[in-house]
Design a protein around this ligand. Structure first.
Ligand SMILES: [Ca+2]
Ligand SMILES: [Ca+2]
Ligand SMILES: [Ca+2]
Length: 400
């Protein structure tokens, strides 16, 4: 019999499982083990497992498979094996921000040890379903196995057609009569959140425009490190040998913004000792960034530094170099584009629609809960609370 986390709320972990941190040195844990933990581990309760949630170079798991681990393997504290900076901009990040670590119920919907598993866990009225497989297969999720009454929304984080990235699909107005069918790729997977409420699919980093250093113009001795040695960086690659002379530089020629102004430019770099980096924008020296390093003597550790920069409308050139010594290696840069929030858009789909009115009505009636941000967006007359007066305003906005 399984001990619930509610009766031993102080107990974080009952056992340790070889986690993804081992991929730094080895190719284990095998994918066959990872699909089997649902059947073989976590019998007494939560285990200490270190997922990645995102793929790692050289490990056959797709993004969907990697993401499924955060649901299929129960862990009271989720440690993620990758550098925190590699998650910024990942389409898995909204799910990783959202997924609970304490569960009220679990059901194995389908599976077979060493082959595949489809595991559902419940937190409150929300169900999270993780699926991962070795061989390609079709999976049918009959919602009658999970829910009785009411309408639900499904947020599906699944591999795209060729397994190169995640795609996010939203299905609305599902009931117990419905079945969600998904085809899993070889070594693929997915996570589905099934909820009566809405899920925010953006993060602060969704508005960043990223430019990989390995796709920029390289000069002097600056050169690309890719593949296994670059596996902790985005796009599995970075540019080293930046600096040491005035010529060895990374130049981004097409950093584009719609209007002139001050922007946050985030520079992702790799270094195991304090180094400096000089920045020219549109041909003029702007600043020198000092003390750039992640962890001492860790030459695969990533970190990011922010720079406030004046950019002109259209294309800008950003040149990174160091003529007084070696600079850090450069993974990528990202420009933050200010987010425009749509008033009343509580389902965060970018527009005001009838679904927003329905959700806000349910929230005010007390049948669903809202996040702090949803509450703020629902307060369309901006008087500090979301209440029936906002519903009146919603109707006017929708009919105007
Ligand atoms: Ca990169
Ligand atoms: Ca909306
Ligand atoms: Ca209000």
């Amino acid at each position: 019999m399984k001990l619930s986390s509610s009766c031993l709320s102080h107990n974080i972990s009952f056992e340790a499982i070889n986690g993804s941190e081992y991929y730094k040195w080895f190719e284990s844990p095998s994918l066959a083990n990872r699909v089997s933990y649902t059947f073989t581990r976590c019998v007494a309760g939560s285990a200490d497992f270190t997922p990645t949630g995102i793929p790692i170079y050289g490990i056959k798991a797709t993004a969907g498979f990697a993401l499924a681990d955060v649901v299929t393997i129960e862990s009271g504290i989720q440690h993620f094996a990758q550098s925190v900076y590699t998650y910024e901009g990942s389409s898995a990040l909204p799910l990783l921000n959202d997924v609970p670590v304490v569960w009220d119920d679990m059901k194995v919907l389908d599976g077979y040890p060493m082959q595949f598993n489809v595991t559902a866990r419940r937190n409150g009225s929300d169900w999270y379903i993780g699926a991962s497989t070795l061989a390609a297969r079709k999976v049918d999720i009959h919602l009658s196995d999970l829910i009785d009454s009411g309408t639900y929304n499904a947020y599906i984080f699944a591999d795209n057609a060729d397994g190169s990235d995640l795609e996010v699909i939203v299905l609305n107005d599902l009931t117990a009569e419905d079945t969600i069918s998904r085809s899993l790729l070889e070594n693929g997977g997915f996570v589905i959140k099934l909820t009566k409420g809405a899920m925010k699919l953006t993060t602060p980093y969704s508005n960043y425009r990223s430019y990989e250093a390995e796709n920029a113009v390289l000069s002097g001795k600056a050169s690309i490190t890719a593949g296994k040695q670059g596996k902790y960086c985005s796009n599995d690659a970075y540019v080293g040998y930046v600096g040491g002379d005035g010529q060895s530089a990374v130049t981004f020629n097409d950093v584009t913004v719609d209007k002139a102004g001050k922007y946050t430019v985030r520079i992702y770099y790799v270094s195991g000792e304090p180094r400096s980096l000089k920045v020219d924008i549109n041909g003029s020296y702007v600043t020198t960034l000092d003390q750039l390093y992640a962890n001492k003597n860790d030459w695969s550790g990533i970190r990011a530094v922010n720079l406030e920069a004046e950019l002109k409308e259209g294309k800008n050139t950003i040149r990174l170099y160091n003529d007084r010594g070696y600079g850090p290696s450069i993974d990528r840069i990202a420009v933050a584009i200010p987010e425009s929030r749509v008033i009343g858009d509580v389902d965060f789909n970018g527009r005001l629609n009838v679904a927003d009115l329905v959700l806000t009505t349910r929230y005010i009636q007390g049948s669903i809960t809202f996040s702090t941000e949803q509450h703020r967006v629902a307060d369309v007359n901006e008087d500090g609370t979301a209440d029936v007066f906002d519903l009146i305003r919603y109707r006017k906005l929708l009919t105007s």
